[in-house]
Design a protein around this ligand. Structure first.
Ligand code: 57M
Length: 359
């Protein structure tokens, strides 16, 4: 909004010319979202506590988690408010991709809110049935992928990290592929959100990585120099990524161990959905498996655990899945698991960026 209100005044006040720059607006979207989370955090924690919206902790989890019972949850509402507000304030609102990512963020947030509400407020154990959750996510994913596919300039080739010459064209099947990326990332982040700050840390790192990827993909000269696909208008997604990074840091201030608040499904589902959508729009879909390697390992640990359990009639690969619980049960203190996962997330993000040159 500020871009539309203030940039046109640059002919009178030359200082307002700065609003034309994505870099400037990305930085201030980040600081705006950070401040919103940082300043409103204590009030949100108080309000959730007053309304007894506290986490129910399953008894079959790691014993150490029982002390977390009653921790205020649904903190994702604060994350979403900060991200959407900062994006509406600082992004170019005529940009189609910004609205696509906002659509996924808000709709997946609504699905998560419904799940949390049924579980935390209505005390309906299990919340929204998993099947209904997945169907709603897939429908939104197909809608978004269809809207992108319908654009005349949208390319259905899929770039492969490290291999400059390999970019298979998926054609109409790209719609299914893109939907799988969006829904898969959303649920992988959801599974990862099982220790204090364990999801928001890597999500913030991954989004910072896609902030850079969005900027270079939307910059015709840099894209040409790096020989990556140029996607006109995708640079504006850097402003959304900046808002998410700022909100993530602000939320982590309160979600850091020992957490004063959990994000709930209302936070984990949209964060992963937004990340998957940005990966699709910037045409770095497969690279997300590297950038979001923590989420991939978490999800695969569950898939292998459940599959092995069924095949061997009750034997397990891990002490408990997702894999963060395995390390907990091995005796790693929770903060050690969390920070070591953050370190790996940062390494993966840096390595993913280096693949832009390693092609
Ligand atoms: C999402 N939710 C956390 C919190 C957060 C199929 C199976 C793998 C499903 C999986 C599952 O239930 N996943 C749901 C993970 C939960 O966190 C809440 O959920 C929101 C995210 N969606 O925002 O509101 C618990 O995680 C802990 N937590 C923190 N700090 C945080 O900042 O400590 C969360 C955020 C919270 C809190 O204890 O209650 C979760 O773990 O449920 N199931 C599991 O992950 C379970 N694993 C399991 O059953 N493994 C089996 C099979 C099925 C693979 C096995 O290994 O044999 C574990 N989770 C629980 N109990 N709760 C272990 C058992």
């Amino acid at each position: 909004m500020l871009y539309h209100l203030l940039y046109p005044l640059h002919t009178t006040f030359s200082a307002f010319n700065v609003f034309r720059y994505i870099t400037f607006r990305t930085i201030y979207a980040s600081l705006t979202a950070l401040l919103i989370c940082w300043l409103l955090g204590p009030w949100v924690i108080r309000k959730l506590s007053d309304r007894q919206i506290g986490q129910y902790v399953r008894v079959d989890g790691p014993p150490a988690h029982m002390t977390k019972t009653g921790t205020p949850t649904m903190g994702g509402l604060l994350l979403l408010f900060a991200i959407v507000t900062a994006t509406l304030l600082w992004a170019d609102l005529t940009n189609f991709f910004v609205w696509i990512v906002l659509l996924v963020t808000i709709s997946y947030g609504a699905i998560g809110f419904l799940d949390d509400y049924l579980m935390q407020v209505k005390k309906e154990t299990g919340g929204l049935p998993g099947r209904i959750k997945i169907v709603m996510q897939v429908v939104i994913g197909l809608l978004v992928a269809g809207l992108l596919y319908a654009r005349a300039d949208f390319d259905t080739h899929v770039s492969v990290p490290f291999l400059k010459q390999v970019a298979p064209d998926f054609g109409w099947a790209y719609i299914l592929f893109a939907t799988a990326v969006i829904v898969g990332t959303s649920n992988a982040v959801n599974l990862t959100d099982g220790l204090d700050g364990l999801a928001i840390g890597p999500v913030t790192v991954a989004t910072a990585t896609y902030l850079v990827l969005s900027y270079v993909t939307g910059h015709i000269k840099i894209a040409d120099y790096l020989q990556i696909q140029y996607v006109a208008g995708s640079g504006e997604l850097a402003v959304f990524c900046g808002a998410l990074v700022g909100a993530g840091m602000g939320f982590l201030w309160y979600n850091a161990y020992p957490a004063q608040i959990f994000m709930g499904d209302v936070g984990s589902l949209p964060l992963g959905g937004a990340l998957g959508t940005i990966a699709v729009i910037t045409k770095h879909e497969l690279l997300l498996a590297l950038v979001g390697g923590i989420f991939v390992v978490e999800a695969l640990s569950v898939i292998f655990q459940v599959g092995f359990f069924k095949v061997t009639n009750g034997r397990r690969i891990f002490r408990m899945a997702p894999i963060h619980h395995h390390f907990e049960l091995k005796g790693w203190p929770e903060p050690k698991v969390i920070v070591r996962f953050w370190i790996i997330a940062i390494i993966l993000g840096l390595f993913a960026l280096s693949t832009l040159k390693l092609r």
